[in-house]
Design a protein around this ligand. Structure first.
Ligand code: NAP
Length: 312
């Protein structure tokens, strides 16, 4: 008998197909009547597949007493109640490393698009307005200061790339990392005051909620742009909108938002914000590698072997 598995988020076809072939896959994400699906099958479900942004509150998981593993198709697992999972002995896996380079590429693209006004210029040319696009001067990216908030796997990959743009790199995190060649700022406000680009690459969740707030944005100031490829929850979005609108900061490049897929109309209306629909890791190569890890973690668990990329 195939193992019952609950799919709680959209996944690409190259993950959906093997899940359907190898498991009794119940598509909770697309179910017309989610409660009925849980009533009918909840007691049998042994595995869950979600994505980085998936949220699985304890009260919801209580309805799934047989769950053994949650395999997240993403590196972030801030929507997962880690302590609760530990308490119930539910395993949790994610997909670190394989997406690092793509997300760092996206961050660099946002740095360039924000500083050089590339999206605006592209829009103007599409509107047949060569002259306005060509005559608008922007600011140089090469040689500027990049402050990275969260110098982990992705943060370090961003730093490596920006070093090739002759940028000076500094970082903030909870801990100094003596082995890296970049200056450590114990305060995110100090880092913002120093930086031309403040680039957010920490995990989401309670520990980083609104880490980038009004005070940080004021410290970043008119010289600075905020780049966020991490999680929308880390930035106080209302404060960011005010800072962009009132010219407190220069600009922003965002791949993530506080309440996805909702993007506030005020943000959409701003010319100094470059906005992407959470596509940091969205390449065929990377999403395929992530899918293999999701499947590999599930297979390892049900074969009684150690997980490939365990969180819990
Ligand atoms: P990682 O290797 O765990 O790095 C996270 C870094 O954040 C660490 O250096 C950590 O340093 C720092 N950090 C953690 N909590 C912090 C806090 N409260 N304050 C300041 N710094 C803190 O993770 P990663 O693989 O680089 O991924 C980072 C995040 O990127 C993920 O969690 C995910 O949310 C996001 N992401 C986004 C996309 C996308 O499509 N846009 C794709 C993949 C990942 P310390 O321990 O020293 O604090």
């Amino acid at each position: 008998m195939p193992i019952p598995l609950l799919l709680i988020a959209p996944v690409p076809e190259f993950l959906r197909e093997p899940l359907t072939q190898q498991y009794e896959m119940l598509d909770y994400h697309q179910a017309a009547d989610k409660e009925a699906m849980l009533r009918e099958h909840g007691a049998r479900i042994r595995a869950i597949v979600g994505v980085g942004g998936s949220v699985a509150p304890p009260a919801w998981l209580d309805q799934l007493p047989a769950v053994e593993i949650i395999s997240v198709n993403g590196v972030g697992y801030d929507g997962m109640p880690v302590d609760y999972l530990r308490g119930r002995g539910i395993r949790l896996s994610n997909t670190p490393d394989v997406l690092t380079e793509d997300v760092a590429d996206t961050a660099v693209a946002l740095v360039l698009m924000a500083s050089r006004g590339l999206i605006r210029a592209n829009r103007l040319l599409h509107a047949n307005n060569w002259n306005e696009g060509a005559s608008t001067l922007t600011t140089k990216a090469t040689g500027k200061r990049a402050g990275i908030v969260g110098l982990g796997r992705i943060g370090k990959a961003i730093a490596r790339r920006l070093a090739a743009f002759d940028m000076e790199i500094a970082y903030h995190g909870r801990h100094a990392q003596p082995e890296v060649p970049y200056a450590y700022h114990a305060s995110v406000v100090d880092l913002a005051a120093w930086a031309d680009f403040l680039i957010v690459a920490t995990p989401g969740g309670a520990g980083t909620k609104h880490l980038i707030n009004k005070e940080v944005l004021e410290a970043l100031g008119t010289k600075g742009s905020l780049i966020n490829i991490a999680r929308g929850s880390i930035v106080d979005e209302a404060a960011l909108i005010r800072a962009l609108r009132d010219g407190v900061i220069k600009g922003a490049g965002l791949d993530v938002f506080e309440n996805e897929p909702h993007v506030p109309a005020e943000l959409l209306a701003l010319d100094n914000a470059v906005l992407l629909p959470h596509i940091g890791s969205a390449t065929i190569e990377t999403r395929s590698a992530m899918a293999q890890l999701v499947l590999g973690n599930l297979a390892a668990h049900f074969a009684g072997q150690p997980l490939l990329t365990p969180v819990v």
